[in-house]
Ligand binder design. Structure first.
Ligand code: BES
Ligand code: ZN
Ligand code: ZN
Length: 517
């Protein structure tokens, strides 16, 4: 099933299950490794992956529990002989010992044994998985220091995006990883880790897909397919419905493109649940800047400007797969920001869903305009919490760098999300909504304007703008992932190049916390 770039947008109408719409999928998906659990070593495996530490007196190998002590000792001696130190993320390959069914042993450094935490384990597992491309099957005891993080790190590190190269790439991914663990809880932990990692990979696939293939109509259909499989209710509003219902922000941003915008709504609602979390994610399938055109350098990275929406889709899928006892809705505005004869212009005034008006001063500040409509719509459902996420501002990168999301909001939810981000290794930091910046968002000709006259504090200005679309009494947080959603440098830890899947794991963690609140 492939998506043709020439498919007409209208073919994918929406919410109409009887239509003759062709089933479509992503043109290309990242390669995955099969993960399984076993209480003993598999009959055949190519490599054994073991954790090692940098102890007070040097290299330490924890007893594998799989072989005679003499075999463990022989592994330690070989590793020590080639200079392994056990420092964090260090990889050392040595030949297998007589009597093992493997070709080689890979030792993964976890650093100081007293300073080990889940993120260090996830990262080390990710580094190991990335080094094992082309290997068939590995068995590993990495899970003995935390099965969940080890599996997540392995799965996320093994993900490899092949793109649409006509010849297959020379290195296949790692075929299979068998986690040897006989604890009673292992099955449950494995299942959860696989769902979490799988959801992150869905977000990565969506973000990695080029805009030639992924545009509002095709994206909406893909979301519909993914959600329907999981028993999540889907509603898709096409451009006519959007006009009828007054979604002026989504329409303004989307109308410069020949590919019309959409609004997708997802609902996961288990019986008898107590809390309702509404998620909103920016889904600009490509951001040229519009009439306020961006410079050409690195504009290709703007295929990732739907990273917020991808994270939100993946989070709802995870909530369903994990059967979280919490109502989760997603309101996802999809548009392509293009210059054209039909584009919106600087100087325009638009009316959002709900009636708030915005003066447009820069068509490249489009994300907040589509989010505004979606947030106003999401508030109409009277959720307890509203969380939005977006690749919203270059100012996020200036303030916090490439790997730390900025979290803003109107209550304790802000700090809860920032703390969850740090715990999950998807770093996040709380940021303020200063009074003078909130003042600067006001407009002389509309309720608010989409940029201030001042570049300073641009991430905060965007958040101050968004606050206008939160109904009083709803606790709200906004997560700016402009840098963290897309890795433009090289791979590290369990994070590949391109799409990272941030902040899916943070969101799953926050939903799980709210479920038990
Ligand atoms: N999609 C961009 C933000 C972005 C920049 C994401 C870099 C990822 C990496 C957003 O729509 C944008 O262009 N924002 C402008 C806002 C400005 C005009 C106030 C920006 O940050 O320059
Ligand atoms: Zn923009
Ligand atoms: Zn954008």
């Amino acid at each position: 099933m492939t998506t043709s770039a020439s498919q007409k947008a209208g073919e994918f109408t929406v919410g109409n299950k009887t239509s003759t719409r062709k089933a479509i999928g992503l043109p290309d998906k990242g390669l995955r490794t099969k993960l399984s659990l076993s209480n003993k070593l598999p009959e055949e495996y190519d490599a054994l992956v073991v954790p090692v530490f940098k102890g007070e007196s040097g290299l330490e190998l924890a007893a594998t529990g799989l072989f005679d002590e003499s075999v463990d000792t022989a592994i330690w001696e070989l590793l020590a002989a080639v200079g392994a130190t056990g420092k964090a993320e260090e990889l050392t390959r040595v030949p297998a010992i007589e009597g093992m069914e493997a070709d080689f042993v890979l030792a993964v450094g976890l650093g100081n044994p007293d300073a080990l935490d889940e993120e260090k384990l996830r990262r080390a597992a990710g580094v190991a998985a990335r080094s094992l491309k082309g290997v068939g099957t590995v068995a590993t005891t990495l899970g003995s220091f935390g099965l969940g993080p080890a599996v997540e790190g392995f799965a996320l590190g093994a993900y490899d995006y092949p793109g649409l190269r006509s010849k297959p790439s020379s290195s296949e991914p790692l075929g299979r990883a068998v986690f040897v663990d006989s604890r009673e809880n292992a099955k449950k932990e494995m299942r959860r880790a696989k769902i979490i990692a799988g959801s992150v990979c869905v977000a990565r696939d969506l973000v990695n897909a080029p805009s030639s293939h992924l545009y509002p109509a095709t994206y909406a259909s893909i979301i519909e397919e993914l959600a329907t499989e999981q028993g999540i209710a889907v509603e898709i509003l096409d451009e006519k419905r959007l006009a009828k219902e007054g979604f002026g922000g989504i329409l303004a941003v989307g109308m410069g493109s020949s590919r019309p915008p959409r609004l997708v709504r997802l609902t996961w609602e288990p019986k008898d649940c107590y809390h309702h979390v509404a998620l909103v994610g920016k889904g600009i399938t490509f951001d040229t800047g519009g009439i306020s055109l961006k410079p050409p350098a690195s504009m290709d990275n703007m295929i990732s400007d739907m990273g917020g929406s991808a994270a939100v889709v993946a989070t709802v899928l995870a909530a369903a797969r994990l059967e979280l006892n919490i109502k989760v809705t997603a309101t996802i505005p999809l548009a392509e920001n293009m210059p054209g004869g039909n584009s919106y212009r600087p100087g325009d005034v638009i009316t959002h869903y709900g009636g708030t008006t915005s003066e447009i001063l820069n068509t490249d500040a489009e994300g907040r305009l589509v989010l505004a409509d979606a947030m106003a719509r999401a508030c109409g459902d009277e959720p307890d919490y509203l969380i939005d996420t977006a690749t919203l501002t270059g100012a996020q990168l200036v303030a916090l760098g490439e790997r730390t999301s900025g979290v803003m909001g109107n209550g304790p939810l802000r700090d809860q999300i920032a703390a969850a981000g740090v715990a999950m290794g998807e770093n996040a930091w709380a940021m303020p909504l200063p009074e003078e910046i909130a003042e600067a968002v006001k407009s002389p000709v509309a309720d608010i304007r989409n940029v201030t006259g001042n570049r300073n504090g641009g991430m905060l200005a965007a958040a101050c703008y968004l606050r206008h679309f939160v109904t009083e009494g709803i606790e709200w947080a906004h997560v700016d992932i402009a840098g963290p959603a897309y890795n433009t440098s090289s791979a590290y830890g369990y994070t590949p190049k391109r799409a990272t899947g941030v902040p899916v794991r943070t969101f799953i963690e926050v939903l799980s916390e709210i479920e038990h609140m």
